[in-house]
Design a protein around this ligand. Structure first.
Ligand code: HEC
Length: 160
């Protein structure tokens, strides 16, 4: 026990686990700095942000494809086409003036919903009380057109 303190320390080797941890952390630090330095790795917050925005845009586009808003609303040409369709397919039950016959009036309150998505559903899938579904017969595009006509009468009283 009379050895100088420095020599005493020399007997105690640094544990291997500690060295591994130490150099591991140093390596990690170097990697981290390199990875997030724009000049070295090209990483930048702007790139991350624009990628996120890209993803959001794609999501929004997918949502638009589902479409719950009538793309033909107030489109004169589509309304005219819808009017022809209405006369051929709907007038017998809902009346030439849309005020109802065997089927209910389409100019007043609609019990199955008055937002575009619900009205579309009524026409496309039908309703239990005698409304046939027109999804297969007319297809998405013509359903929106006939609805554009119906809404034109509902909203600004276009003459049937
Ligand atoms: C065979 C007769 C018949 C035909 C043809 C018909 N409908 Fe109907 N429709 C009905 C009946 C009956 C109801 C009510 C259903 C119920 O109450 O369950 C109805 C309900 C509706 C509703 C929902 C009304 C509400 O109160 O929510 C809409 C919208 C509608 N029809 C639009 C149309 C359109 C547009 C066409 C032409 C493409 C059409 N219908 C063709 C009989 C018909």
């Amino acid at each position: 026990m009379d050895e100088p303190i420095g020599k005493l320390e020399a007997h105690n080797k640094v544990p291997r686990g500690f060295l591994v941890l130490l150099f591991g952390l140093i390596a990690l630090g170097v990697y981290y700095i390199a990875a997030y330095t724009p000049g070295i790795s090209g990483w930048s917050q702007y790139k991350v942000l624009s990628k996120e925005m890209e993803a959001e845009k794609a999501k929004a586009a997918a949502g638009a494809a589902k479409m719950t808003e009538n793309p033909y609303e107030r489109d004169e040409k589509a309304v005219a086409e819808g009017q022809v369709l209405y006369a051929a397919k709907c007038a017998e039950c809902h009346g030439k003036d849309l005020k109802g016959a065997d089927g209910p009036s389409l100019v007043g309150h609609l019990k199955f919903g008055e937002i575009d998505g619900k009205k579309y559903e009524s026409i496309s899938e039908g309703r239990p009380g005698g409304m046939p579904g027109f999804g297969a017969e007319l297809g998405r595009d013509r359903i929106w057109k006939v609805l554009a006509y119906v809404d034109s009468v509902r909203e600004y009283g276009k003459k049937p």
